[in-house]
Design a binder for this molecule. Structure first.
Ligand code: VTB
Length: 334
């Protein structure tokens, strides 16, 4: 990977965000996702690279595009692995709610964990708490550590947790410490990355979300120097998801074994989930969010707001782009 790739990757997420944003608020989550997938794949095809999707829309037989194992790019050039989520927060996009974005993580060949489509217990925290908080510790212990590391009183800490039945006890425990809980309906990637920046009002992400998205969050947090750990969840009694109604714990363990994961309880650090020499995260807002705004359609242009975090040059670039329409006559500064 080299630094010219960063610009191209930015354009990939911008195009995906624009395509999804055309369907914001229409209640069409699958269509919004499909539009982002198509735009992302088309733009990736123009990059001189031997790209490969390691986390994508699913297996080849269930996803026509950006399926796991699909080759993307021109076919010559550097080998790049991608974890993509073209429309992260499809419900948020369909309902025109905050926090939907087009995201991906990229790395040198073999540098991203091929996470199975399982759930993942996650812990994300600011750089100051990196290696101090630990997913093996209780929420209460971690909140006290966070308070010490950040110099913020416990009752001023905001902990984001996905609003799911599986988190009932976690939410009660957090509240019993005096810390504030912010339940979110979707979009734990944005919440995880928001922990990496001061001033977002998000100090920690706790709880269980999807594993593939965990790898994208890990890539961003590794590049930012923030804390991220993940542990796969294979017990349906813990995940409490309807999708796993017919699955058993034992069955899930064998599924993991078949995928080559022999220790289902392993705790993965950010640099194991995103282990490549170089790692790049790119996200572009579909709807407005904590990190950047969503797409704005104007008469003469379309505006996108994005973030690219890269270990190649140790930067987090916030980029506002004006996509100028043919025959544009007047484009305001912002
Ligand atoms: C998780 C979370 C995502 O969807 O994948 C969630 O990581 C799905 O979880 O950010 P459930 O199966 O419990 O609904 C998102 O919120 C959006 O893609």
């Amino acid at each position: 990977m080299d630094r010219t790739l960063i610009q191209e990757i930015l354009e990939v997420v911008e195009q995906a965000a624009i395509a999804s944003a055309e369907l914001t608020g229409l209640g069409k989550k699958d269509e919004a996702d499909a539009a982002a997938v198509e735009a992302m794949r088309e733009r990736m095809g123009k990059i001189q690279m031997q790209g490969r999707i390691v986390i994508g829309e699913g297996e080849r037989d269930e996803a026509p595009m950006l399926y796991i194992g699909e080759e993307v790019g021109s076919g010559s050039g550097p080998g790049v692995d991608f974890a993509v989520d073209p429309c992260e927060g499809t419900n948020l996009c369909a309902n025109n709610q905050r926090g939907s974005m087009a995201v991906l993580a990229a790395s040198d060949r073999g540098g991203l964990f091929n996470a199975p489509d399982f759930y993942m217990k996650k812990l994300a925290a600011p750089p100051a708490a990196k290696g101090k908080v630990d997913i093996r510790k209780s929420a209460t212990e971690n909140i006290n550590i966070l308070s010490d590391c950040l110099g913020i009183a416990v009752n001023e800490l905001t902990i984001v947790v996905m609003d799911r039945a599986r988190h009932k006890e976690l939410i009660s425990e957090i509240r019993s410490t005096g810390a504030r809980v912010q339940p979110i309906s979707d979009g734990d990637v944005q919440a995880a990355i928001a922990c990496g920046f001061a001033g977002t009002g998000t100090h920690c992400l706790m709880g269980i979300g999807a594993a593939p998205e965990g790898v994208i969050s890990a890539a961003a947090m590794r590049a930012l120097g923030g804390h991220f750990q993940g542990q796969l969840v294979y017990d349906p009694a813990i995940a409490m998801t309807e999708e796993w109604a017919d699955y058993t714990k034992e069955g899930n363990i064998s599924r993991l074994n078949e995928m080559g994961i022999t220790d289902g309880d392993k705790i993965y650090e950010a640099d194991e989930l995103a282990s490549g020499e170089n790692v790049v995260f790119a996200g572009s807002g579909i709807t407005d969010g904590l990190l950047f705004n969503g797409v704005k359609f104007e008469k003469d242009c379309t505006r996108t707001s994005s973030l690219v975090i890269s270990t190649l040059d140790n930067t987090a670039r916030f980029t506002n782009t004006v996509h100028i329409k043919d025959g544009a006559k007047s484009i305001a500064l912002s």
